[in-house]
Design a protein around this ligand. Sequence first.
Ligand SMILES: N[C@@H](Cc1ccc(OP(=O)(O)O)cc1)C(=O)O
Length: 153
Amino acid sequence: MQLLLVCFGNTCRSAMAQALAEQMLAEEPAGTMTIRSAGIFAAGGAPASLMAQKVMAKRGISLAGHRATPVQLDLVAESDLVLTMEGRHRQLLCERMPEHAHKIHELLAFAGSSGDVSDPYGGDEEVYQACADELTAALQALLARLRRTEGPL
Ligand SMILES: N[C@@H](Cc1ccc(OP(=O)(O)O)cc1)C(=O)O
């Protein structure tokens, strides 16, 4: 399964979410799930924000190699499931790519809660830690849901 995680800039939330989900999946042998991330308004090639890198480093994850990617039609077309950090991101994507609307959802709603993943951009370390915690909980719930429907990931 190909999962695409989308936020605004692809330098904070979706970059952290991709890395956290990959860390969770690394504990599972023989998985076939791949995860990518992109931004609605990403400056292509931009590195992850320094605070996102710092907070991920504390969790044993390096975001040094991350480069922001603008969300484009081919990326969405290649994905089985597209999860956005905010409702307006989903709305924008669905407007731009109505043929793929059926597979575009909001991350928190899909993971069993609701609302937007708050934007940490410009915040301090505490704000980024809170965002990483929020993402961790949502991704654990997401992977549990996918395991129930898809089997081993
Ligand atoms: N506000 C930024 C854009 C931006 C916004 C949010 C942001 O965070 P995320 O990667 O989580 O969408 C990143 C970048 C700018 O003016 O360039």
